[in-house]
Design a protein around this ligand. Sequence first.
Ligand SMILES: Nc1ncnc2c1ncn2[C@@H]1O[C@H](COP(=O)(O)OP(=O)(O)OP(=O)(O)O)[C@@H](O)[C@H]1O
Ligand SMILES: [Cu+]
Ligand SMILES: [Mg+2]
Length: 697
Amino acid sequence: MNNNNEHSSHSHHNHGDMDHSKHEHVSTEEHGDHKDQHQEHHAGHDHSGHNGHDHHHGNFRELFLKSLPIGIIIMLLSPMAGFDLPFQFTFPYSDIVVAILSTILIIYGGRPFYQGALDEFKQKEPGMMALVSLGLSVSYLYSIYAVIITYVTGEHVMDFFFEFASLLLIMLLGHWIEMKAIGEAGDAQEELAKLVPKDAHVVLDDDSIETRPVADLKVGDLIRIQAGENVPADGTIERGESRLNEALLTGESKAVKKGPGDEVIGGSTNGEGVLYIKVNETGDQSFISQVQNLISQAQSQPSRAENIAQKVAGWLFYIAVIVALIAFVVWTLIADIPTAVKFAITTLVIACPHALGLAIPLVTARSTSLGASRGLLVKDRESLEIAQDADVMILDKTGTLTTGEFKVLDVELFNEKYTKEEIISLLAGIEGGSSHPIAQSIISFADQEGISPVSFDSIDVISGAGVEGKANGHQYQLISQKAYGRNLDMDIPKGATLSVLVENDDAIGAVALGDELKATSKKLIEALKNNNIEPIMATGDNEKAAQGAAEDLEIEYRSNQSPQDKYELVKTLKDRGKKVIMVGDGVNDAPSLALADVGIAIGAGTQVALDSADVILTQSDPGDIESFIELAHKTTRKMKQNLFWGAGYNFIAIPLAAGILAPIGITLSPALGAILMSVSTVIVAINAILLRLDPKK
Ligand SMILES: Nc1ncnc2c1ncn2[C@@H]1O[C@H](COP(=O)(O)OP(=O)(O)OP(=O)(O)O)[C@@H](O)[C@H]1O
Ligand SMILES: [Cu+]
Ligand SMILES: [Mg+2]
């Protein structure tokens, strides 16, 4: 088992490359060469570290079931530790039969352990497989030696065939159970992969249907999705209406109603209706495989706790071997060689770097899949450990705490040259180049008024201030009042966001917009305060708008914050020794998201924000920030428990196995040692499975 080292050597920093037409889609795309390296590296050892046994060391279930009869015969024919138990019988030369059966058993049933040990030595990280192999080898070889001596000298020397057989059987059984328990902890990637059906029904030109493997789908294909089927690829609905469940992809548990023109994501579940969709993305480009990439990226970064666990697990092999040698020498001196061999074997077998090696990966696997099912994509695993003792959370206002769906409250004119319609047409035109929530709101407003946008020749975004562009030979800007820098002669509606339309440095119009708090914002602020995380709202919006929202939420705030100001704010707080979480959605939040100890990009944010963030919330629900904090707390707690258990177990088990309590009559047999070692791993796995999130309120 090489769980100890597979996450060690890579830390990928990939930058996504997203199709801007679908902001709700989170995507990352690795650079070609990177990806190859990644896969190559993992080809040798298993990727997730949770199913390595089946791949590398054979199928433990089958090995156990086939080894069982041989093992039982050996145990029946050989006296345990020299004592004849009532169910045992021997006959002349039965020890020769036992020796032959044991040889078959060690070759067949012992193979996975020796192979595992070989892998471990190749990677210069001997671990549990090496220990088990040593234990098996010592008991087997010593017993063969005992049989030979017995026949050569005629004097009976005690053998360990009983111990050898029981040890091997328990090891096989233990690993079979382990594998099952580990499997339960969940593999987010596998769960996602299961969502995509194998076949798709392609509608051909003559309207007939051909069922094709999903891998053969092409962009532009028209496919039919029957009621109740899963969607095979990302696409746009051409015909039909239905409710789709995207729970595993976006965390939205309610089915979403969709009809012609709406986009559907591969992997979501179709409800009652039959849908005809045109395929937009397939394979690597699809939303689901981008999410899978993200998860695998996160899983390839070792977390802090994991680093500790790996170090300790690395030492365990040497500790166990040294203690076993000491036990052997001491027991040879105070008792006899067979006793000494027994204690040495037990010591080798009981030391389980495995529990320690799995302690953290299992919790991570569990917490990643738990997070993903709530729409929390953790790109950087350490962020869970850091967020857990955060001091401050800086929240952006627009789109994070508020809906970002602005209502146009007022359009003001400052120059007789333009009519109101012309101003609105200019506003809508210039916003065509912006991805700011204000832009979408103004464009739909113009659309509703039946006003078509002016066509702009070029548009540039002025980060944190607005947009500028050229149309009809004129230079226009749509910027905040702060950026405009002069007073305006108008009554600004209370709490409104104001943007000024400027032509050649003169205001020709202004638009006042109103936004509302999201339903769960207030609850989030309360939850943060309860968790001793101080919330601060930092917004690029004007003082009045900021104050209004902050008063409703009862939080501290900073208004008129440029991207630079937000960055400075994070920096100042960090310099003061605070752990800072930053939550944002916009382009202008990217620098501070990257600087903060934990950067959370919320919902339909921009690609830049998604790239710089450590955590991505696929929905725009502030309640998910609460879930993230809860996940951080629970994950860290489980990690600590598992680490404590995995390390503490050895602390007690190794001396016990070496016979330290023999003077007061407590000793362990190799078989019991094997049981304890398996149990300790299963406990770690079960503890990880018990990681649950409270139901979303
Ligand atoms: N595309 C745009 N159209 C019109 N005005 C804009 C645009 N982008 C920015 N502005 C103006 O600049 C101000 C600051 O924008 P910025 O993006 O920094 O903050 P914000 O996103 O509104 O608020 P927050 O920081 O809370 O998200 C806005 O309040 C707005 O007046
Ligand atoms: Cu193990
Ligand atoms: Mg913003």
